[in-house]
Design a protein around this ligand. Structure first.
Ligand code: PLP
Length: 433
């Protein structure tokens, strides 16, 4: 049995290069993080070899006594990490990732073509919350369910709850989804609960981005108001790549959520659980109950505020004016540059973040903003001071992008990207990693 370097030097080499890239760059993608060595060890273990369709104690394969112990431990830790009473809440730790977890919830509690409302993708929502364009039903969620988005109030950058309420009264959704991929503020759960109740719908929170912050109680607690809470496990929670679904144990609107959700995961949409991921998740959820984790999440939030304040000092317009969580959304349109060009220039300087649409944008490929997150660099030990310096680096990158845009004023995005990547790009010596 050979190690990877001997068995497959090609893949080994690619992994080494990616490792170098991860460690040399400033990683500011809000949905990414660095998981721990302990989690990686569990994920790279013999657990990957085992089939265990079903739930602990009720499997379709033999040889599952240790896997049963592991999955039960993972479930217990998940409930503890989010301060939940196991009489009232249950959890399924088998979802393969965040999008499947969401679709599993939909198929559990809805019939095809039932109505849902989630935050619109160009306003910060996630594809899996029902995204569609006027021309195309993009997400499977919008193909199999009828989706009507709610949006931000463009003047404040905050969720327009009044409009959500008015639309919900007309549309009468069976499910309202809180949660986002690019929203720098907390959701108003009491208000959303009230709206869901007024139309007889379920309320679900997809806390994928902020689950680490929720576990550490540094943002509002969605469990107080929601019937179902889904999450990915690899973002601020800092675990392996996976998903979880938390559900109320008492029936909601006449539905036994426990049975419906467990059946939707398996056999509804998945086969064998990824036991290596469940092993890594159990490790992550133990850590999520430690004082170090709480301190880390406090750093995530205070670092993000320091970054936001510095950007405001430098004259940037932030969607909603600031941040209560782990990310800021910068509206670059007043500067005459777009997120795609800035993303590229910063990438060349080993600063990794992503272009992002901001309210009012026309194009998702050339959107007017960038999203910047603090979780990954907080893991790497950055404090407020380094985040202030990071804001200055980003500012320099934006200035270079403005100058480059002036040098190639008519260039379409692809031509511009070629221009800046060419060896004779005149501003190249100002970009160094
Ligand atoms: N939900 C939210 C809010 C997300 O931001 C994401 C991913 O970025 C997902 C779900 C989907 O997770 P995955 O990429 O694991 O399917």
């Amino acid at each position: 049995d050979y190690g990877l370097g001997d068995a497959d030097p090609e893949v080994h080499n690619i992994i080494s290069k990616e490792k170098q890239r991860q460690f040399r760059s400033l990683e500011l993608i809000a949905s990414e993080n660095f998981t721990s060595r302990a989690v990686m060890e569990a994920v790279g273990s013999c657990l990957t070899n085992k089939y265990s369709e079903g739930l602990p104690g009720k499997r379709y394969y033999g040889g599952n006594e240790h896997i049963d112990e592991l999955e039960t431990l993972c479930q217990q830790r998940a409930l503890q990490a989010f301060h939940l009473d196991e009489q009232k809440w249950g959890v399924n730790v088998q979802p393969l990732s965040g999008s499947p977890a969401n679709f599993e919830v939909y198929t559990a509690i809805l019939k095809p073509h039932d109505r849902i409302m989630g935050l619109d993708l160009p306003h910060g929502g996630h594809l899996s919350h029902g995204f569609m364009t006027p021309k195309r039903r993009v997400s499977g969620t919008s193909i199999y369910f009828e989706s009507m988005p709610y949006r931000l109030d463009e003047s404040t950058g905050l969720v327009d709850y009044d409009m959500l309420e008015k639309t919900a009264i007309l549309f009468r959704p069976k499910l309202i989804i809180a949660g986002a991929s690019a929203y720098p503020r907390d959701f108003d759960y009491p208000c959303m609960r009230k709206i869901a109740d007024s139309v007889g719908g379920f309320l679900m929170m997809d806390m994928a981005h902020i689950s680490g912050l929720v576990a550490a109680s540094v943002v509002a607690d969605p469990f107080e108001y929601c019937d179902i809470v889904t999450t990915t496990t690899h973002k601020s929670l800092r675990g392996p790549r996976g998903g979880m679904i938390f559900y109320k144990k008492d029936p909601v609107l006449g539905v036994d959520l426990e049975t419906a959700i467990n059946n939707a995961v398996f056999p509804g949409l998945q086969g064998g659980p990824h036991n290596h991921t469940i092993g890594g998740l159990a490790v992550c959820l133990k850590y999520a109950q430690s004082p170090e984790f709480k301190a880390y999440q406090n750093n995530v939030v205070s670092n993000c505020r320091a970054l936001a304040s510095r950007l405001v000092e430098l004259g940037y317009k932030l969607v909603s004016g600031g941040s209560d969580n782990h990310l800021v959304l910068v509206d670059l349109r007043p500067l005459g540059v777009d997120g795609a060009r800035v993303e590229k220039i910063l990438d060349m300087a080993s600063i990794t973040l992503n272009k992002n649409s901001v309210p009012g944008d026309k194009s998702a490929l050339v959107p007017g903003g960038i999203r910047i997150g603090s979780p990954a660099m907080a893991t790497r030990g950055f404090t407020k001071k380094e985040f202030v310096a990071t804001a200055d680096f980003i500012h320099e990158g934006v200035q270079i992008t403005i100058e480059a845009t002036k040098l190639a004023p008519k260039a379409k995005l692809q031509e511009f990207l070629k221009f800046v990547a060419s060896p004779d790009f005149p501003l190249r010596d100002r970009i160094s990693d």
